[in-house]
Design a protein around this ligand. Structure first.
Ligand code: AR6
Length: 214
């Protein structure tokens, strides 16, 4: 059975280097399965063995969270990305490239490039799933305990938010047994997106849903 934890982070009033956990909801833990945490907050503040960055094919940083991740992580991440790009040319859509995580609270950054939404008939769902699956695969290969994602492609790449979360759900359905022991954290800055994740995973909650403040 899948495990699920939900956190809401108070991002508006918290100092930049401190994120307060407002509450969490616990539901149905399984010992031989993936654990899922849903967090509303800034992914650059989250601790995990690997943070997945929604990058572009140049791996040279960009706007949004890609830029924020590079700023928070420091220049050595970009230096590593440059070295990788000098070897591979560019990062394809769906591909996952690991680097160290600099000053972020993580051991690795996994850079992946999601599809740009073109209406849904250009293989976007498969490419998006590949970003998540490649990252999970790398996490298992490296024997990691935790990995954190934001909603790849759902920002400037224009993937419709609900459909983007459905892809995440389908990946979880296929991978939850193969990733036993791995904690998978889905982080969303916006409340609306966070709620979509809650809705998408709430179907599993049944009567086991509980909530408390800390
Ligand atoms: N923490 C968690 N989630 C966030 C944060 C944050 N700090 N900030 C935004 N989001 P996007 P993409 C959500 O545009 O669509 C870059 O320039 C946001 O609300 O960053 O994959 C790259 O270099 C949205 O739901 O990623 C590429 O060129 C989601 O993160 C391009 O953007 C993804 O938004 C990639 O675009």
């Amino acid at each position: 059975m899948m495990g699920l934890l939900v956190f809401d982070f108070c991002k508006c009033t918290a100092p930049a280097d401190f994120v307060q956990i407002l509450f969490f909801v616990v539901h149905s833990f399984g010992e031989d399965d993936m654990d899922i945490q849903l967090i509303q907050g800034d992914i650059t503040k989250v601790s995990a063995d690997a943070i997945v960055n929604a990058a572009n094919s140049s791996l040279m940083g960009g706007g949004g969270v890609d830029g924020a991740i590079h700023r928070a992580g420091g220049p050595e991440i970009l230096a590593e990305c440059r070295e990788i790009i000098s070897r591979i040319g560019s990062c394809n859509k769906g591909q996952v490239v690991p680097t160290s995580a600099g000053r972020l609270k993580a051991r690795y950054l996994f850079h992946t490039v999601g599809p740009v939404w073109q209406g849904g008939a250009a293989g976007e769902a498969e490419l998006l799933a590949r970003c998540y699956e490649g990252s999970l695969c790398l996490a298992m290969e490296r024997n990691l305990s935790s990995i954190t994602f934001r909603a790849i492609s759902s920002g400037v790449y224009g993937y419709p938010k609900e459909e983007a979360v459905q892809v995440v759900r389908s990946v979880v359905d296929r991978w939850h047994e193969k990733t036993a022991g791995l904690t998978v954290i889905f982080v969303n800055l916006s409340r609306d997106m966070h709620r979509l994740y809650e809705k998408m995973f709430a179907g599993d909650a049944g009567a086991n849903l509980s909530e408390r403040k800390i």
